[in-house]
Each structure stands twice: as C-alpha cells, then as structure tokens.
Design a binder for this molecule. Sequence first.
Ligand code: ACO
Length: 388
Amino acid sequence: MTRSNGSKAGSDEPNLPRPEGLEGVVAATTALSHVFGEEGKLVYRGYDIHELAGRAAFEEVAFLLWQGRLPTNSELTGLLRSLGEQRALPGHVVDVIRDLPATAPPMDALRTGVSALGAIDTEEFDDVPDLNEAITLTAKFPGILAAFFRIRQGLEPVVPKTEHNTAQSYLYQLFGQEPEEKHWRPLDVYLTLLADHGMNASTFTARVIASTGSDLCSAITGAIGALKGPLHGGAPSKVLDMLEAIGSADNVDAWLTGALDRGDRLMGFGHRVYKAEDPRAEILRGMAREASTPEFFELSRRTEERALEMLHERKPGRRLYTNVEFYSAAVLSAVGLPGDMFTPTFAVSRVVGWTAHVLEQVANNRLIRPQSEFVGPLDKKFVAIETR
Ligand code: ACO
C-alpha cells in the first residue's frame, strides 16, 4: 500500500479483511444466543425466542443464559431468593448516586453506580468474574436506577422487598408502591426479550474488557457506555420523541417525509443483522396493542406502516424493517416509565446477557486484540518546538 506521503506500508502487514464497522466479522464463539438475520429469528441456548416469550419468567431466562439449561422449580426459587437477598445497595453506592446532578441522564447514573459498586464492594467483586457476581450485579441494577430516579425527584430510595421478582422489584423501587400485575407482567416479558442478542456492540465491549483479565464491574460499566448510544440501545426514547412530535395519524406522512428529506434516520427501524423483521418487534407489537391506549397504538401502527413504505421506496434493496426499539417505546410507556428510563430498563435485562458473555469469555479466554489499518503518514522528522 502507498501512503499519502509516498512511503510504502510495511511488508509484514498481511492483507487482512477490513469490513467497515466489523460487519460480518466473527469476534467470538458463543453458545448463548444467535441472531439469524435472514430469517428474522433469535435463539437463546437453543430455544427460539417465541418458545420463551410470555412463558418463561425473566429469572428462568437468566438461569438459562448463565447455566445453559432451564431451571427446575427449586433452582428457580433459589435464584429468586438470591436475587431478592442481594438487591439492597451498599450505602456508599447510594451516596455516590446522591452526589450526581438531578439532570444527569439515568444511563450515566447507572454507569457510575456500577463503577462505584465495583470500587466499594471489592470483596464481592474481585478480579475473577463468577456466577455469584453475575447474580449480585443483576440484583442491584434496578436499585441503582430506582435510587437515582427517586433522588432526582427529592424522594428517598425505597428498601426493596425480598419476595419480589425483578420486574416487580424494579417498579416497586421506582414508584414506592406495590406494582400492579398489568404493569409488572408486560415488563417481565420485555425483560426476557432483551436479555441477550448475539455479538452486539455492548456485549462485544464487555467481552473485550473481560478478555484483558479485568473485573466484572469494569466489563459491565463499559457495556453500559456502549448501550447508551442511539445506534444501539439509545433509540426507544427517541421513538417516543418521534411519535410525540408526529402527534396524530394525519401528520404521519408530512412528518416522515420531512425527516427523510433532511436525511434523518427514523428511530426504531433498520438493523445491522436482521434483514427481516426483528422477532422481538413482532412480540412487542402484540404487547403494545394490549398495553397502550388505542390512540397511541394507532399512531404507532400508522407511523410504522408508512415508515416502512417510505424506507422501502427511498432505500430500495436496503431491507429496512421494524427493530426491537419501536414497540419497546409503547410497552415501556404503558408500564409507567418515562422516556429517559427506557434504555436503562433495557440494561436491567441485558445485564444478564453481558454477564453470561463475560463468564463464557473468561472460561476460555484469549485477549481480544484486533488490528487496525494504518493510513497516517510515515517517516516524519522531529522539529524542535522553537522552530515549529
Ligand atoms: N432510517 C433511515 N435510513 C436508514 C435507517 C433508518 N432507521 N437505517 C438505515 N438506514 C439507511 C442508511 O441511511 C443507509 O443508507 P445509504 O447507504 O443510502 O446511506 C443504509 O440504510 C444502511 O445503513 P447503515 O448505517 O450502513 O446500517 P448499519 O447496519 O450500520 O446500521 C442501525 C444499523 C444503526 C441500527 C441503523 O439502521 C439505524 O441507525 N437505525 C436507527 C436507530 C435505531 O433504531 N437503533 C436501534 C437499533 S436496535 C438495537 O441495537 C437494540
């Protein structure tokens, strides 16, 4: 290769593939989950997501991802007990959350809370990630978010109840009231749907950090940072913003045309791997129909239909379909969550997949260290600062 200044690249550089955004690169071997993009199929440990959604509780799915099989009744009871016992946060973590400005995005509070937990609870979180740590971290995610959610409103955090499952505990700690079944049940299904998703950006981040021999809280702190971006997990509140901006079904065409004319991306559509509809979108659409108001569902449905038609017209051959984020917005909003808690709620689920991937990585570790293609100049000569 010839550089811009005429120098030749080193002859020891093999001619490696360099797809943009690592598209199509296999970065790890996993038995956890897989996205079959052409078919629009998602599998957890051999189970199609349709087998599990609405049938397995979130904690059963967590056991499945961590241990490789569905739990027996007593194993599930044991896991629920462990999660219940470990939900409370160390006081110092609450103090760190208290010091954050009320205007901080909740994902930043979660990232800070997990990082603080790793620094404060060093006996629990040593340098070798294990299943107990995965359970402890999963147990504490709802509490970190709920503490911030309440403190920013001038309220005190709520002491979690040991008998609650994850969905119940999250809503109870957020709102300080016994959650209604019509709210925690859809949330439980949502949590099962989002628990893992192949080699997505945040999972990759967690595995890269774990591959260096770092600790679990560091790996998960990094993953939270990756999930926050709107091209990954940060889209659902933007879907809600979009639907609120559209306002009514008769404004759908004009709004979408304006957005696409400006070159904006329509949030909740498109995916790196799915070239068919995301199977989770299909399940969430059904849930949104049940959970949200008829007007909001009608607006969502009309927006989805027209967005797909327009994307297919304007981007022929791109195969853009509805992704998981689009109907997550309607479901989470119906459960009572404000928009800025949508991505954090995604994290309450995905921490299971992240931790399962970290355990899988450390069980058969090799440092993840790719190459880069060097395109900078070579052979420059140092010039002393006085003469620059
Ligand atoms: N709206 C409009 N155009 C789109 C959209 C969209 N939502 N998604 C992709 N495109 C277009 C791009 O403009 C591009 O067109 P061009 O080549 O003519 O310029 C083409 O489709 C391919 O886009 P890429 O960015 O190369 O696709 P990539 O695989 O890198 O991106 C992504 C996937 C980031 C999800 C993209 O579809 C997107 O930005 N969607 C909107 C944000 C969103 O919904 N994110 C949540 C993803 S789901 C998840 O991670 C949980």
